[in-house]
Design a protein around this ligand. Structure first.
Ligand code: NAD
Length: 500
């Protein structure tokens, strides 16, 4: 079986670590390849290469950097189907969803193409008499990215296009569950004209990550993954003097008000809860109907829709299924375990995805959609992120109860409210302690030119991903205050505080 290695200094580099992890095709359950788990020394070598490439890349003008990204954008568009197939074959998500992921990643590349404008800095003339002040947004040096399994193209593309556009070099450590897409993106970057050493991929696990968190040549670390690891990344990277943005897990609630268009809400909920088999950090995993009548109507419609949910392999001849398999057998067992936990703690299992008959499932890691009702705060299936096709209905008596339930939760990534009442929506947006809010929009992922990030234990660090925060994160501001000798007509007293 072939071993997928690294991509360092513009070429494939086999790992000599002797450690590997299996990569599966989740739709068949078969192992498709092995991925190298790089040693600390190999990771340090990638950092060294990126560090060496920095001086040259930082000097390339923003316009030229942007032109390489324009070319990269064109190449990703040309290879979009190939990339989507690669994603689907290692992650399991259906082809149309995988293509959507590539598009959302491309939007960040498009944003980064505007870097000559984005990196302009500020200028003030006459901050004092004859004194001007301006800022430079300079690159940091070597930046590192560590990504999760659920978006093998989009999440790396949240990170590296802006870092590279700003003049940094990069070491990417993708998820060991679906590592091939990052390597393919590295090849496309080279084809687009990116100089060797500017973008490198190191496959691995904690051993590689720990080098990225502690090596003094790494200036900044972008992480997306589960909350315990995000917290570790933030604490360790910060303790070693790096700037860190670490995005963690989620439990996203959707409030359905009594006046909502219920058919619209249910349609939105089905996609948001079960799309990508629920393996999205912005998936809605808790529906919060307000009032008993709304709850009963919602439940009835959801059960009806769940009978129609089509589950199957990600790549098929003909129309896509609604969702594919879970990423690994281990994850499948974990999600099934959570369904049992919900039953044991007294929630009502209305639809049991474990019993779904899935055509062509074979040994793939498939699970049908599940629905719980009467889920209460405090239950583990409400507190913890399941990351699978399991939707919970947690009934609220009033708008205030719904808000309190969500604000009490440890996560604050995304949320939505479905209503026709502008006043309720406005109050919701103001009061809710969550980073990304949708009004009649189930998955409110901000576009590339806005920034993406949650609150509470869904994000560690002050700056969100991509958009204006992405440019701030990837640059260091220097402010120059200048006065020219020809403007000095008289001796000034240097001993008092200048007040201009
Ligand atoms: P994970 O935390 O297991 O892994 C993420 C990355 O961390 C991988 O590259 C992995 O190799 C590395 N890693 C794992 N254990 C490590 C350790 N002990 N030390 C150092 N590095 C380690 O996450 P996952 O299962 O791949 O992804 C799913 C999680 O990601 C979910 O919790 C989901 O909510 C979250 N996620 C969050 C966002 C967001 O924007 N907030 C987006 C996507 C995914």
């Amino acid at each position: 079986m072939s071993i997928l290695g690294n991509y360092i200094n513009g070429q494939a580099a086999a790992s000599q670590s002797g450690r590997t992890a299996p990569v599966y095709n989740p739709a068949t359950g078969e192992q498709s390849l092995q991925v190298a788990l790089s040693s600390a020394a190999e990771t340090r070598e990638a950092v060294r290469v990126a560090h060496e490439a920095f001086a040259g890349w930082a000097k390339v003008t923003p316009l030229k950097r942007s032109r390489i990204l324009f070319k990269f954008k064109e190449l990703v568009e040309t290879h979009a189907d190939e990339l989507a197939r690669l994603i689907s074959s290692e992650h399991g998500k259906v082809f149309s969803d995988a293509k959507g992921e590539v598009t959302r990643g491309l939007e960040v590349v498009e944003f980064a193409c505007g870097i000559p404008h984005l990196q302009k800095g500020e200028h003030s003339m006459n901050v004092g008499t004859g004194v001007d002040s301006y800022s430079m947004m300079q690159p940091l040096g070597v930046c590192a990215g560590i990504s999760p399994f659920n978006f093998p193209a989009m999440v790396p593309m949240w990170m590296f296009p802006i870092a590279l556009a700003c003049g940094n070099t990069f070491v990417m450590k993708p998820s060991e569950k679906d590592p091939s897409t990052s390597i393919r993106l590295a090849e496309l970057l080279k084809e687009a004209g990116l100089p060797d050493g500017v973008f490198n991929v190191v496959n691995g696990d904690k051993e590689a990550v720990d080098v990225l968190l502690t090596d003094e040549r790494v200036q900044a670390v972008s992480f997306v993954g589960s909350t315990p690891i995000a917290e570790y990344i933030y604490a360790t990277g910060s303790a070693h003097g790096k700037r860190v943005q670490a995005l963690g897990g989620a439990k996203n609630h959707m409030v359905i008000m009594p006046d909502a268009d219920l058919d619209q809400a249910v349609g939105a909920l089905m996609g948001a809860a079960y799309g990508s088999a629920g393996e999205r950090c912005m998936a809605i995993s808790v529906a919060v109907p307000v009032g008993e009548e709304t709850a009963s109507r919602l439940r009835e419609k959801l059960v009806e829709q769940l009978q129609k949910l089509s589950v199957g392999p990600g790549i098929v001849d003909g129309p896509d299924h609604d969702m594919g398999p879970l990423v690994t057998r281990e994850h499948l067992e974990k999600v099934k375990g959570y369904i049992q936990v919900g039953v044991d703690e007294g929630a009502e299992l209305v639809v049991d995805g474990r019993e779904a008959v899935i055509e062509g499932a074979g040994d793939g890691f498939f699970l049908g959609g599940s629905l719980f009702d009467h889920v209460k705060p405090g239950m583990r299936i409400h507190r913890e992120e399941i990351f699978g096709p399991v939707l919970a209905i947690a009934r609220a008596e009033s708008f205030d109860d719904a808000v309190a339930m969500i604000n009490d939760h440890e996560f604050g990534n995304g949320t939505a409210i479905f209503t026709r009442d502008g006043d309720a929506a406005r109050q919701y947006c103001e009061q809710i302690q969550v980073g990304m809010v949708g009004v009649n929009v189930p998955i409110p992922v901000p576009m590339a030119f806005h920034s993406f990030g949650g609150w509470k234990r869904s994000l560690f660090g002050p700056l969100h991903m991509h958009g204006p925060d992405g440019v701030r994160f990837n640059t260091r501001m220097k402010t120059i205050t200048q006065r020219w000798p020809s403007g000095i007509r008289e001796e000034t007293n240097h001993f008092t505080m200048p007040t201009h």
